[in-house]
Design a protein around this ligand. Structure first.
Ligand code: PEP
Length: 250
Protein backbone atom coordinates (compact mmCIF):
# COMPACT_ATOMS: atom_id res chain seq x y z
CA UNK A 1 0.00 0.00 0.00
CA UNK A 2 1.17 3.49 -0.80
CA UNK A 3 2.22 5.68 2.13
CA UNK A 4 2.50 8.79 0.00
CA UNK A 5 0.74 11.94 1.11
CA UNK A 6 -0.18 12.75 -2.48
CA UNK A 7 -1.13 10.33 -5.25
CA UNK A 8 1.87 9.55 -7.47
CA UNK A 9 1.44 11.12 -10.92
CA UNK A 10 3.22 10.18 -14.13
CA UNK A 11 2.65 11.97 -17.42
CA UNK A 12 3.87 10.89 -20.83
CA UNK A 13 4.54 13.70 -23.29
CA UNK A 14 4.80 12.13 -26.74
CA UNK A 15 5.74 15.52 -28.25
CA UNK A 16 5.45 15.60 -32.07
CA UNK A 17 5.92 11.85 -32.47
CA UNK A 18 3.65 9.05 -33.63
CA UNK A 19 1.52 7.68 -36.43
CA UNK A 20 -1.52 5.39 -36.31
CA UNK A 21 0.92 2.53 -36.79
CA UNK A 22 3.52 3.43 -34.15
CA UNK A 23 0.88 4.43 -31.62
CA UNK A 24 -0.44 0.86 -31.62
CA UNK A 25 2.73 -0.33 -29.86
CA UNK A 26 2.41 2.37 -27.20
CA UNK A 27 -1.26 1.56 -26.59
CA UNK A 28 -0.29 -2.09 -26.20
CA UNK A 29 2.23 -1.58 -23.41
CA UNK A 30 -0.04 0.96 -21.71
CA UNK A 31 -3.01 -1.42 -21.65
CA UNK A 32 -1.10 -4.63 -20.97
CA UNK A 33 1.64 -3.26 -18.75
CA UNK A 34 0.24 -3.71 -15.23
CA UNK A 35 0.42 -0.10 -14.16
CA UNK A 36 0.02 0.37 -10.40
CA UNK A 37 -3.35 1.60 -9.11
CA UNK A 38 -1.30 3.87 -6.82
CA UNK A 39 -0.28 5.96 -9.85
CA UNK A 40 -2.35 8.46 -11.80
CA UNK A 41 -1.22 8.14 -15.43
CA UNK A 42 -1.82 10.72 -18.16
CA UNK A 43 -0.51 10.50 -21.72
CA UNK A 44 -0.27 13.41 -24.12
CA UNK A 45 -0.35 12.45 -27.81
CA UNK A 46 -0.16 15.02 -30.61
CA UNK A 47 -3.54 16.73 -31.07
CA UNK A 48 -4.17 14.86 -34.35
CA UNK A 49 -4.38 11.60 -32.38
CA UNK A 50 -6.11 12.79 -29.20
CA UNK A 51 -9.55 11.34 -29.99
CA UNK A 52 -8.09 8.09 -31.30
CA UNK A 53 -5.93 7.55 -28.22
CA UNK A 54 -8.79 8.49 -25.87
CA UNK A 55 -11.05 5.92 -27.55
CA UNK A 56 -8.44 3.18 -27.40
CA UNK A 57 -7.24 3.55 -23.82
CA UNK A 58 -9.02 2.28 -20.72
CA UNK A 59 -10.45 4.91 -18.39
CA UNK A 60 -7.78 4.47 -15.73
CA UNK A 61 -5.37 6.23 -18.11
CA UNK A 62 -6.18 9.87 -18.82
CA UNK A 63 -5.34 11.79 -21.96
CA UNK A 64 -3.86 15.29 -22.24
CA UNK A 65 -3.39 17.75 -25.05
CA UNK A 66 0.14 19.12 -25.29
CA UNK A 67 -1.09 22.69 -25.64
CA UNK A 68 -4.20 24.78 -26.19
CA UNK A 69 -5.01 28.43 -26.78
CA UNK A 70 -6.72 30.85 -24.38
CA UNK A 71 -9.93 31.29 -26.41
CA UNK A 72 -12.60 28.73 -27.21
CA UNK A 73 -13.10 29.66 -30.87
CA UNK A 74 -12.26 32.23 -33.48
CA UNK A 75 -9.67 33.37 -35.98
CA UNK A 76 -6.62 31.65 -34.50
CA UNK A 77 -5.34 29.52 -37.35
CA UNK A 78 -3.45 26.44 -36.25
CA UNK A 79 -4.55 26.54 -32.63
CA UNK A 80 -6.83 24.21 -30.69
CA UNK A 81 -9.11 25.44 -27.95
CA UNK A 82 -9.79 24.19 -24.41
CA UNK A 83 -13.37 23.31 -25.43
CA UNK A 84 -12.09 21.26 -28.38
CA UNK A 85 -9.73 19.34 -26.11
CA UNK A 86 -12.66 18.59 -23.84
CA UNK A 87 -14.96 17.77 -26.77
CA UNK A 88 -12.67 15.01 -28.05
CA UNK A 89 -12.63 13.46 -24.58
CA UNK A 90 -9.25 14.54 -23.22
CA UNK A 91 -9.24 15.54 -19.56
CA UNK A 92 -5.90 17.31 -19.23
CA UNK A 93 -3.69 19.81 -21.03
CA UNK A 94 0.04 20.46 -20.68
CA UNK A 95 0.74 24.20 -20.58
CA UNK A 96 3.97 26.15 -20.33
CA UNK A 97 6.18 23.36 -21.62
CA UNK A 98 9.69 24.66 -22.24
CA UNK A 99 9.38 23.90 -25.96
CA UNK A 100 6.30 26.14 -26.09
CA UNK A 101 8.18 28.81 -24.17
CA UNK A 102 11.49 28.62 -25.99
CA UNK A 103 10.67 27.38 -29.52
CA UNK A 104 7.33 29.17 -29.91
CA UNK A 105 8.07 32.19 -27.73
CA UNK A 106 5.18 31.87 -25.27
CA UNK A 107 5.42 34.38 -22.44
CA UNK A 108 4.60 33.89 -18.76
CA UNK A 109 1.62 36.19 -19.27
CA UNK A 110 0.16 34.18 -22.17
CA UNK A 111 0.74 30.89 -20.37
CA UNK A 112 -1.05 32.23 -17.29
CA UNK A 113 -4.04 33.22 -19.43
CA UNK A 114 -4.07 29.80 -21.08
CA UNK A 115 -4.02 28.07 -17.69
CA UNK A 116 -6.99 30.19 -16.59
CA UNK A 117 -8.93 29.44 -19.79
CA UNK A 118 -8.28 25.69 -19.62
CA UNK A 119 -9.38 25.48 -15.99
CA UNK A 120 -12.45 27.59 -16.73
CA UNK A 121 -13.43 25.05 -19.39
CA UNK A 122 -13.14 22.20 -16.88
CA UNK A 123 -9.80 20.78 -17.99
CA UNK A 124 -7.03 19.77 -15.61
CA UNK A 125 -3.63 21.33 -16.17
CA UNK A 126 -0.04 20.08 -16.05
CA UNK A 127 1.64 23.43 -15.48
CA UNK A 128 5.31 23.36 -16.56
CA UNK A 129 8.07 25.60 -15.27
CA UNK A 130 11.84 25.40 -15.29
CA UNK A 131 15.07 27.34 -15.65
CA UNK A 132 17.60 27.35 -18.50
CA UNK A 133 21.18 26.25 -17.93
CA UNK A 134 22.51 29.82 -17.96
CA UNK A 135 19.90 30.79 -15.37
CA UNK A 136 20.88 27.90 -13.10
CA UNK A 137 24.56 28.69 -13.48
CA UNK A 138 23.99 32.32 -12.57
CA UNK A 139 22.02 31.38 -9.43
CA UNK A 140 18.63 32.45 -10.77
CA UNK A 141 16.78 29.10 -10.58
CA UNK A 142 14.47 30.05 -7.72
CA UNK A 143 13.62 33.49 -9.04
CA UNK A 144 12.86 32.12 -12.54
CA UNK A 145 10.59 29.28 -11.39
CA UNK A 146 8.90 31.53 -8.85
CA UNK A 147 8.08 34.10 -11.54
CA UNK A 148 6.75 31.40 -13.88
CA UNK A 149 4.62 29.85 -11.14
CA UNK A 150 3.28 33.21 -9.95
CA UNK A 151 2.13 34.05 -13.49
CA UNK A 152 0.09 30.84 -13.57
CA UNK A 153 -1.11 31.04 -9.94
CA UNK A 154 -2.75 34.39 -10.66
CA UNK A 155 -5.21 32.49 -12.89
CA UNK A 156 -5.78 29.42 -10.71
CA UNK A 157 -8.84 29.21 -8.48
CA UNK A 158 -9.06 25.43 -8.12
CA UNK A 159 -5.65 23.93 -7.33
CA UNK A 160 -7.07 20.41 -7.11
CA UNK A 161 -7.04 20.39 -10.93
CA UNK A 162 -3.42 21.47 -11.27
CA UNK A 163 -0.19 19.47 -11.22
CA UNK A 164 3.04 21.47 -11.30
CA UNK A 165 5.82 20.02 -13.44
CA UNK A 166 9.30 21.26 -12.60
CA UNK A 167 11.32 20.69 -15.75
CA UNK A 168 14.77 22.26 -15.88
CA UNK A 169 15.30 23.14 -19.55
CA UNK A 170 18.88 21.80 -19.49
CA UNK A 171 17.56 18.35 -18.59
CA UNK A 172 14.83 18.04 -21.22
CA UNK A 173 15.73 15.66 -24.02
CA UNK A 174 19.43 15.98 -23.19
CA UNK A 175 20.02 12.78 -21.23
CA UNK A 176 21.27 15.02 -18.41
CA UNK A 177 18.91 14.47 -15.48
CA UNK A 178 18.81 16.68 -12.41
CA UNK A 179 20.15 14.74 -9.44
CA UNK A 180 17.46 13.67 -6.97
CA UNK A 181 18.88 16.29 -4.58
CA UNK A 182 18.70 19.07 -7.18
CA UNK A 183 15.09 18.14 -7.97
CA UNK A 184 14.14 17.92 -4.28
CA UNK A 185 15.70 21.31 -3.56
CA UNK A 186 13.58 23.09 -6.19
CA UNK A 187 10.43 21.10 -5.35
CA UNK A 188 10.78 22.06 -1.68
CA UNK A 189 11.23 25.69 -2.71
CA UNK A 190 8.07 25.53 -4.86
CA UNK A 191 6.07 23.91 -2.05
CA UNK A 192 7.18 26.66 0.32
CA UNK A 193 6.20 29.25 -2.29
CA UNK A 194 2.72 27.71 -2.44
CA UNK A 195 2.50 27.73 1.34
CA UNK A 196 3.57 31.38 1.57
CA UNK A 197 1.56 32.66 -1.39
CA UNK A 198 -1.49 30.41 -1.71
CA UNK A 199 -2.10 28.38 1.45
CA UNK A 200 -0.59 25.71 3.64
CA UNK A 201 -3.20 23.12 2.67
CA UNK A 202 -2.77 23.78 -1.07
CA UNK A 203 1.00 23.41 -0.64
CA UNK A 204 0.45 20.04 1.06
CA UNK A 205 -2.06 18.77 -1.50
CA UNK A 206 -0.60 19.92 -4.82
CA UNK A 207 1.45 17.40 -6.75
CA UNK A 208 4.85 18.67 -7.95
CA UNK A 209 6.37 16.32 -10.51
CA UNK A 210 9.83 16.34 -12.07
CA UNK A 211 10.60 16.20 -15.80
CA UNK A 212 13.89 16.03 -17.68
CA UNK A 213 15.43 12.82 -19.02
CA UNK A 214 13.57 10.57 -16.59
CA UNK A 215 14.15 6.94 -17.50
CA UNK A 216 13.74 3.44 -16.08
CA UNK A 217 17.12 3.66 -14.36
CA UNK A 218 16.74 6.99 -12.52
CA UNK A 219 12.99 7.13 -11.83
CA UNK A 220 13.06 5.42 -8.43
CA UNK A 221 15.72 7.66 -6.89
CA UNK A 222 13.79 10.72 -8.03
CA UNK A 223 10.49 9.29 -6.76
CA UNK A 224 12.06 8.63 -3.36
CA UNK A 225 12.44 12.37 -2.68
CA UNK A 226 9.85 13.70 -0.24
CA UNK A 227 8.61 16.53 -2.45
CA UNK A 228 8.77 14.68 -5.79
CA UNK A 229 5.29 13.37 -6.54
CA UNK A 230 5.97 11.76 -9.89
CA UNK A 231 7.39 12.63 -13.27
CA UNK A 232 6.68 14.10 -16.68
CA UNK A 233 8.36 11.89 -19.23
CA UNK A 234 9.21 12.76 -22.83
CA UNK A 235 11.40 10.36 -24.80
CA UNK A 236 10.93 7.37 -22.51
CA UNK A 237 7.13 7.67 -22.68
CA UNK A 238 7.26 6.21 -26.19
CA UNK A 239 8.84 3.00 -24.90
CA UNK A 240 7.74 0.17 -22.58
CA UNK A 241 10.09 1.70 -19.98
CA UNK A 242 7.22 4.10 -19.32
CA UNK A 243 5.46 1.35 -17.36
CA UNK A 244 8.52 0.99 -15.09
CA UNK A 245 8.55 4.77 -14.59
CA UNK A 246 4.81 4.78 -13.81
CA UNK A 247 5.44 2.10 -11.17
CA UNK A 248 8.39 3.91 -9.58
CA UNK A 249 6.29 4.71 -6.52
CA UNK A 250 6.23 1.05 -5.46
C1 PEP B 1 9.35 16.59 -21.63
O1 PEP B 1 9.15 16.66 -22.83
O2 PEP B 1 8.56 17.12 -20.84
C2 PEP B 1 10.53 15.85 -21.15
C3 PEP B 1 10.78 15.86 -19.88
O3 PEP B 1 11.28 15.23 -22.10
P1 PEP B 1 12.46 14.14 -21.83
O4 PEP B 1 11.92 13.14 -20.83
O5 PEP B 1 12.71 13.53 -23.17
O6 PEP B 1 13.63 14.87 -21.28
Amino acid sequence: MSVRERKFFVGGNWKMNGSYESIEAILKFLTEGNISHDTEVVVAPPSAYLAHVRQKLPNNISVAAQNCYKCNKGAFTGEISPSMVKDVGAEWVILGHSERRNVFGESNELIGEKVGAALEEGLKVIACIGEKLSERESGQTNSVVQEQLAAMAAHIKDWSRVVIAYEPVWAIGTGRTATPEQAQEVHAFLRKWLSDNVSLSISQQTRIIYGGSVNAANCRDLAAQGDVDGSLVGGASLKPDFVTIANACQ
